[in-house]
Design a protein around this ligand. Structure first.
Ligand code: IPE
Ligand code: IPE
Ligand code: MG
Length: 261
């Protein structure tokens, strides 16, 4: 996939195409992570049940997954269900699980044709057996793919992930003096993957909600008021263009500033 292919895929003269032209393809975020929020509010604005917001949100997932792969993003992580989301009504949880299964079944061909490798991060072992089965099938079918890695965070908690990593370090008998940040990262769900460069949250909420706590140490955060079911290619491109204008200092100072000292 080249930049020209991507531009040709977008409608000629569209805002998306104009935004795509502003993207510096040599400085793409290696990992984009998204807190998909606002489905309930989207439905509420339309006087629809909350689950209709989740249903509509699937279209946004489709758009973001395919666009990210075509852009050449290395890793995309979508936050779909947190360990705290079990507090929701049983019927809402059941609908979310049903929609997840349906998404996987309908989108498997798109994942395969875009060379996307699908993976679950979280504690999927606590999900319903039929959901686990569908997830396993999608992971197995896509495991040889070499393109974008698509992580779906399911029954995911950032603190739970850190606790799981500590348990696995202990089980592996790793001595304390051998543990450093690099080694610790090998026991996280995202082992071997770059940390997110760009963290997107929809629906305007200025919080992390227990997402990728370790990995987002230096992520650039971009929050939009757009509700998740309204999020499209254009919003993703806008986020990437904004990200590329950020001055990432990692605690240091920029070369321009250093030159004035
Ligand atoms: C995000 O939308 C989807 C999940 C957390 C599963 P919400 O359902 O949280 O929508 P709001 O935040 O209530 O609008
Ligand atoms: C975060 O959204 C979790 C997911 C997107 C899956 P929530 O809607 O659960 O977060 P809070 O409750 O607003 O913090
Ligand atoms: Mg929410």
């Amino acid at each position: 996939m080249t930049v020209e292919d991507l531009l040709a895929w977008l409608p000629p003269g569209s805002p998306e195409q104009a935004l795509a032209r502003q993207v510096d393809f040599d400085r793409l975020p290696a990992h984009v992570a998204i807190i998909m929020d606002g489905n309930g509010r989207w439905a509420g604005q339309r006087r629809l049940p909350r689950v209709e917001g989740h249903r509509a949100g699937i279209e946004s997932v489709r758009a973001v997954v395919e666009t990210s792969a075509r852009l050449g993003i290395g890793v995309l992580t979508l936050y779909a269900f947190s360990v705290e989301n079990w507090k929701r009504p049983r019927t809402e949880i059941n609908t979310l699980m049903m929609l997840l299964k349906r998404y996987l079944r309908l989108e498997l061909d798109t994942l395969l044709s875009n060379d996307i490798r699908f993976q679950v991060i979280g504690r999927p072992e606590d999900l319903r057996p039929d959901v686990q089965e569908e997830l396993r099938a999608a992971m197995t079918r896509t495991e040889a793919n070499q393109g974008m890695r698509f992580n779906i965070a399911l029954n995911y908690g950032g603190r739970a992930e850190i606790v799981d990593a500590v348990r696995r370090l202990i089980d592996a008998g790793v001595p304390g003096d051998e543990i450093d940040e690099r080694r610790f990262g090998e026991y996280l769900y995202t082992a071997g993957q770059p940390d997110p460069d760009l963290l997107i949250r929809t629906s305007g909420e200025m919080r992390i909600s227990n997402f990728l706590l370790w990995q987002i140490a230096y992520a650039e955060i971009w929050v939009t008021d757009t509700l998740w079911p309204d999020f499209r290619r254009r919003d993703l491109l806008e986020a990437i263009v904004a990200y590329q204008k950020r001055d990432r200092r990692y605690g240091g100072i920029t070369p321009a500033r250093a030159a004035t000292l």
